[in-house]
Design a protein around this ligand. Structure first.
Ligand code: NAD
Length: 274
């Protein structure tokens, strides 16, 4: 494992109850950071699979502590500024600073664009796009006030690079994350803040198992044409592991990537080379 050193730093991770967010939290802790783990910790009406729970969020906090680091668990809905602003303030009050924002929280639902409900559209855009902006807004304000730089890494997707059937709202949100990343990179450059996005292909998480259960193999196979068949490497079903994305997060959060900003880094087993 590369020797990143985040000692004395604080990472703020959204969507940390399970899946990739939990892995990112554990990786930051392994490399010496204290970690604020946040999650909505309840289900959302339009999402047909289970989101993270309070118990899972507490478990992530204990996994951070197992690495010898301090953890703070906060239940926070990324869609709601009335949740996000006080969560960021509480993190800064308790730890004195935030150095890294890991903008990971997200949902998936499936519907063709001609059949999608307004509720599905709004929940997706509010979570996967507005949520990324709200966390970046408030952690970004902290970075500006502190004047000591910072890192923002956000999860887009291969669906941020191309279209995908039955997921136009997800595609729109994930393309939006890349535009937001580039804009934040320009706006925050003078404050020494690096802002980047990561674009994973299929990752083995509760999102994917939940989607498979909710929508069935057939619809997923159609959506999967987006990623699986194009992979250069033969990914074992159902895809990469969360740690594969965490490694990209660690690099982009470290000084090893100090001149990298405004990019969308594919971690996609070659998908975007085709
Ligand atoms: N799994 C994949 O194949 C895949 C591929 C590309 C990109 N992504 C993206 O990676 C990120 C992580 O996904 P995952 O696979 O770990 O999914 P997951 O469902 O396993 O975990 C997502 C976490 O986000 C939380 N969350 C959802 N809505 C929230 C809200 N409004 N406020 C706060 N927390 C909320 C959930 O409770 C859950 O703990 C997402 O942005 C997702 O879109 C996933």
């Amino acid at each position: 494992m590369p020797e990143y050193d985040f000692s004395g730093q604080v990472a703020f991770v959204t969507g940390a109850a399970h899946g990739q967010g939990r892995s990112h939290a554990q990786h930051y802790a392994k490399h010496g950071a204290d970690v604020v783990v946040t999650d909505i910790s309840r289900d959302v009406d339009t999402v047909p699979y289970g989101l993270g729970s309070s118990d899972e969020l507490e478990k992530t906090a204990s996994l951070v502590e197992d690495e010898g680091q301090e953890a703070l668990a906060i239940e926070m809905d990324v869609r709601d500024e009335l949740d996000v602003e006080p969560a960021v303030e509480r993190a800064v009050d308790e730890f004195g600073r935030i150095d890294i924002l890991a903008n990971n929280a997200g949902i998936f639902t499936a519907a063709d664009m001609t059949e999608m409900t307004e509720e599905q559209w709004d929940a997706m855009i509010d979570t996967n796009l507005k949520g990324v902006w709200l966390s970046a807004k408030h952690v970004g304000q902290h970075f500006i006030e502190r004047g000591d730089g910072g890192k923002i890494v956000s999860t887009s997707s291969t669906a941020g690079l191309v279209g995908s059937p039955s997921a136009g709202h997800y595609v729109a949100a994930k393309h939006g994350v890349i535009g937001l990343t580039k804009t934040l990179a320009l706006e925050l450059a003078e404050y020494d803040v690096n802002v980047n996005a990561v674009c994973p292909t299929v990752v083995n998480t509760p999102m994917v198992s939940g989607m498979t259960e909710a929508y069935g193999e057939e619809m997923l196979a159609e959506i999967g044409e987006l990623s699986g068949p194009f992979n250069i490497f033969d990914l074992e079903d159902p895809g990469m592991e969360p740690r594969d994305i965490s490694e990209a997060y660690m690099w982009l959060s470290s000084d090893a990537a100090r001149y990298v900003t405004g990019i969308a880094l594919p971690v996609d087993a070659g998908f975007s080379s085709k």
